[in-house]
Ligand binder design. Structure first.
Ligand SMILES: Nc1ncnc2c1ncn2[C@@H]1O[C@H](COP(=O)(O)OP(=O)(O)O)[C@@H](O)[C@H]1O
Ligand SMILES: O=P(O)(O)OC[C@H]1O[C@](O)(COP(=O)(O)O)[C@@H](O)[C@@H]1O
Ligand SMILES: [Mg+2]
Length: 363
C-alpha cells in the first residue's frame, strides 16, 4: 500500500472538507493508495506521539457540506521558521523542513497534499525542494493566491458579507446614517470589491486604492440633503488613506508580523474629524466570513480540486498547485503561484465596472 498524507494549513475556510472528501473518494477508486490526515496542519506529524487519522469513504461521508476542517488547522508555528524555546528561555527560529521531510518518509508517506493559502504553499514548495513529493490545493477566503481564477471559500465569504451588507442598507436608510462595514482580505480588496458590487455600495475602499479623505467627505455630503440621506461603505481590513498607514496590531509570536482589523473605527474617526455630522456606525464582520457551510459554488470548486489533486498524485506530477484557470481545472508549479500576490488591479475591468455602477473608491 502507498500512503498519502493530507493536511489543511492556514486560516480555515468553507470548502476544506469538500477537498478532503474529493481526495479520499478519488483515492478509494485505486487499490494501492491509502489516505491519512494530519491534525492541525503538519503538527499532527511533528508531535510525538503523532496525531494522524486514516481517512476512508466512511470518515468523509457527507462532510462536503460542513464548514471548517475535520482535520483542524493552524496559522502559527511555521515549520520554515519554527519557534523553539532554548534552555535559557530565548526563542530561536529554526528551519524544520528537512526534518519534516525525513519524518514523512520515516512514517511511510509517499506523497503529501497540502491544502492552504499563500503562507501554506510556501511551506509546500520548501518541502518539495527538500525532496518531498507534494501537491498543493489553494484555499483562502481572501482570494489572494496568484495563478487561480478563484480559491474556494472566497465566494462563500462574499455571500456572507453581501447578506450582512443588505441588512445594513435598510437600517442606514431608516436612520439616515453612514454605515461602515469592514471585511477581511489581508492585503487584497477582493472580498470588499465583490461585496460592494453585489450589495450596491456607494463607497468601496480597498488596499490597492488608498483613499483621499476629502474626496470621501464630498462624496458623503453629496448623498445628504437637509441632513437626510444615507451611505453604505464597504472597507477592506487592509485599506488605508493616502499618506496614511494600515490599522493593525502586532502579530503574535511566530505568526504574521501584523494582525489587521479595526480600520472601520479609524475611518469613522477620520470622517468625524473631517466634519461629517451624520451618525456613523461601524460593523466588523470578522470571522463570520470564514465560518459556516460553503455555498454550492465553493463546494463544486473544492470537490473538483480534491479529485484533481489526487489525480496529480496518481500521475506523479508533484510540485504542482491545482488551479482553476480560465474556467479549466489544471495545475501550475507551486513556485509560480507563490511568486506573486494576487492584488485587485485598480485599473482592471472589475474596478472600472464598479465605477460604472457609481461605486466610489476614494481616489
Ligand atoms: N502544513 C503546515 N504545517 C504547519 N504549519 C502550517 C502548515 N500550513 C500552514 N501552517 C501555518 O500557517 C501559516 C500560514 O497561515 P496563513 O498565512 O494565515 O494562511 P494561508 O496559508 O492561508 O495564507 C504558516 O506560516 C504556518 O505557520
Ligand atoms: O484568524 P486570524 O488568525 O485572526 O486571521 C485573520 C486573517 O485570516 C484571514 O481570515 C484568512 O487568511 P488566510 O487565508 O491567509 O489564513 C484573513 O482574511 C484575516 O486577515
Ligand atoms: Mg493567506
Amino acid at each position: 500500500m502507498k500512503k498519502l498524507l493530507v493536511a489543511t494549513g492556514g486560516g480555515d475556510c468553507p470548502g476544506l472538507n469538500a477537498v478532503i472528501r474529493g481526495i479520499v473518494k478519488r483515492a478509494s477508486k485505486e487499490e494501492d493508495w491509502e489516505v491519512w490526515g494530519s491534525f492541525e496542519a503538519l503538527n499532527g506529524l511533528m508531535e510525538e506521539p503523532t496525531r494522524l487519522i486514516r481517512l476512508d469513504k466512511k470518515t468523509v461521508a457527507g462532510i462536503h457540506v460542513k464548514g471548517g476542517t475535520i482535520l483542524g488547522t493552524t496559522n502559527k508555528g511555521n515549520p520554515m521558521n519554527y519557534p523553539e524555546k532554548q534552555a535559557d528561555g530565548y526563542i530561536k527560529y529554526i528551519n524544520r523542513i528537512p526534518w519534516l521531510v525525513d519524518r514523512l518518509k520515516e512514517k511511510g508517506f509517499e506523497a503529501l497534499i497540502n491544502i492552504g493559502g499563500d503562507g501554506s504553499q510556501a511551506i509546500s514548495q520548501a518541502m518539495f525542494e527538500a525532496g518531498m513529493p507534494v501537491v498543493g490545493v489553494p484555499k483562502t477566503i481572501d482570494n489572494d493566491l496568484n495563478s487561480t481564477d478563484f480559491t474556494f471559500g472566497f465566494q462563500t465569504a462574499v455571500q456572507t458579507a453581501s447578506e450582512s451588507f443588505d441588512r445594513l442598507v435598510t437600517t442606514a436608510s431608516s436612520h439616515h446614517r453612514v454605515m461602515i462595514m469592514e471585511v477581511m482580505g489581508r492585503d487584497a480588496g477582493w472580498i470588499a470589491l465583490y461585496t460592494a458590487i453585489s450589495g450596491g455600495a456607494e463607497i468601496c475602499l480597498i488596499p490597492e486604492i488608498p483613499y483621499d479623505l476629502q474626496a470621501l467627505v464630498s462624496k458623503i455630503n453629496e448623498r445628504y440633503v437637509d441632513g437626510r440621506g444615507f451611505v453604505n461603505i464597504v472597507i477592506a481590513e487592509g485599506a488605508k488613506a493616502k499618506d496614511g498607514t494600515i490599522t493593525a496590531t502586532k502579530g503574535e509570536e511566530g505568526r504574521h508580523a501584523v494582525r489587521l482589523g479595526g480600520v472601520c473605527y479609524a475611518l469613522s474617526q477620520q470622517l468625524k474629524d473631517a466634519g461629517i455630522t451624520a451618525d456613523i456606525r461601524e460593523t466588523v464582520l470578522g470571522h463570520t466570513q470564514r465560518g459556516g457551510t460553503p455555498i454550492a459554488y465553493d463546494r463544486v470548486i473544492a470537490s473538483v480540486f480534491g479529485v484533481t489533486a489526487m489525480e496529480l498524485v496518481l500521475a506523479g506530477k508533484y510540485g504542482e498547485l491545482v488551479v482553476l484557470k480560465n474556467n479549466q481545472y489544471t495545475s501550475v508549479p507551486i513556485k509560480e503561484a507563490i511568486s506573486a500576490y494576487n492584488y485587485v488591479d485598480p485599473k482592471g475591468t472589475l474596478v472600472e465596472a464598479a465605477k460604472g455602477l457609481g461605486i466610489f473608491f476614494g481616489d
